[in-house]
Design a binder for this molecule. Structure first.
Ligand SMILES: Nc1nc2c(ncn2[C@@H]2O[C@H](COP(=O)(O)OP(=O)(O)OP(=O)(O)O)[C@@H](O)[C@H]2O)c(=O)[nH]1
Length: 366
């Protein structure tokens, strides 16, 4: 059976956490966008085939976690990559400054001569822009690489960026030099800028030779990567709510008891305004035997209901009891928090171990 593609290129996206690497890949592979931010764990990939210069190029696009703690895992993938896309966020200056560090990381870990591309993402957020286009143009020029401003959200320049990298790799791997030097000042102007539509001359040209193919559904995570599991988080959340509710119930035994009494027998202070006629005091032996309100706490206060003018005893807590209850409650909350902190740490370690294990297997299979 004929191969469904002519070449397979492995691309890798790197850049600080939150710059939009995953969103760019999802926009490219599935043409969709989600505003929710779930940090990538380890590494993941998606696939899409594009037509470049009359060839079918299958792009295997690897998404790396931007967080420092995954650096060891992610740098292991640099060597197999034929193209590396460096991403920063135009609204986050630090992510742009860090591009130099990511460049260093490529030098240390990737194969010599790997194709690189610089992307300034989130260009739909012009009002919050912190990194000027000229700064990025200058940086790209210093490194002799192409540069695009993209938006995964508005789908600006995403296809163009991936396809242009694929084209550079194709021309390089085919032994032919690109028709133009790898870096041209025109390449620094994103086709259509960060606007949707209005193709420029450059875009018109590229769209002829760089035709993105249909989006593959074959985009999975065979190994090594996954997004943080939301269901586990929500389970933990529900558990926490359950414990808190239980605690609150434990803290209000008197009230619960009173509420279960049938409405016809309700004490007047439950349905009316009242004033305390006698302060909360410990029940005497006589009161303990004759006043049912003494039963729950051993303390009662005398109240007078304002409309019916009835005087009744009401169960109450002494200051000492309140203090004890407060500390019990605090202790329980700290205990629950500690248990959950331990659960989170254990789960995180489990996930990290799993990710590492998958990465190891994957590296062995290359
Ligand atoms: N406005 C706007 N928001 C974006 C864009 N791309 C991504 N985002 C948002 O930025 C946040 C982070 O996006 P991700 O794609 O998860 O970032 P990442 O670089 O993969 O982050 P790590 O997985 O932690 O390395 C999410 O809330 C996205 O919705 C964009 O082009 N425009």
């Amino acid at each position: 059976m004929a191969k469904a593609y002519d070449h397979l290129f492995k691309l890798l996206l790197i850049g600080d956490s939150g710059v939009g690497k995953t969103c760019l890949i999802i926009r490219f592979a599935e043409d969709s966008f989600n505003n929710t931010y779930i940090s990538t764990i380890g590494i993941d990939f998606k696939i899409r085939t594009v037509d470049v210069e009359g060839k079918k190029i299958k792009l295997q696009v690897w998404d790396t976690a931007g967080q420092e703690r995954f650096k060891t895992i992610t740098t292991a993938y640099y060597r197999g990559a034929m193209g590396i896309i460096l991403v920063y966020d135009i609204t986050d200056e630090k992510s742009f400054e860090n591009i130099q560090n990511w460049m260093k990381s490529i030098k240390e870990n990737a194969s010599a001569g790997v194709e690189r591309l610089l992307l300034g993402n989130k260009c739909d957020m012009e009002a919050k822009r912190k990194v000027q286009k000229e700064q990025a143009v200058k940086l790209a020029r210093e490194h002799g690489i192409r540069f695009f401003e993209t938006s995964a959200k508005s789908s600006t320049n995403v296809d163009e960026a991936f396809s242009s990298l694929a084209r550079d790799i194709l021309l390089k791997s085919g032994g032919r030099r690109p028709a133009v030097p790898a870096f041209r000042s025109r390449d620094l102007e994103p086709p259509g800028g960060c606007r949707v539509g209005a193709p420029t001359e450059a875009q018109g040209q590229s769209s002829k030779s760089l035709r993105p193919g249909p989006r593959d559904t074959e985009h999975s995570m065979p190994a090594g990567g996954q997004r943080r599991g939301l269901p586990q988080g929500s389970h933990l959340c529900w558990l926490l709510c359950f414990f808190t509710l239980k605690l609150c119930q434990a803290e209000a035994p008197v009230r619960a008891e009173q509420l279960s009494v049938s409405t016809s027998n309700l004490p007047c202070w439950l349905v009316e305004e009242f004033v305390v006629a006698e302060e909360c005091a410990q029940c005497s032996n006589f009161q303990a035997k004759t006043t049912p309100e003494c039963g729950s706490t051993g303390y009662v206060e005398k109240i007078t209901c304002s409309s019916s003018k009835r005087s009744e005893f009401k169960s109450c807590r002494s200051a000492l009891m309140e203090q004890h209850l407060f500390w019990k409650f605090e202790g329980a909350i700290v205990g629950v928090a500690l248990v959950f902190a331990c659960l989170v740490i254990v789960r995180q370690r489990q996930l990290d171990r799993k990710a590492l294990e998958k990465v190891r297997k994957q590296i062995e299979s290359i």
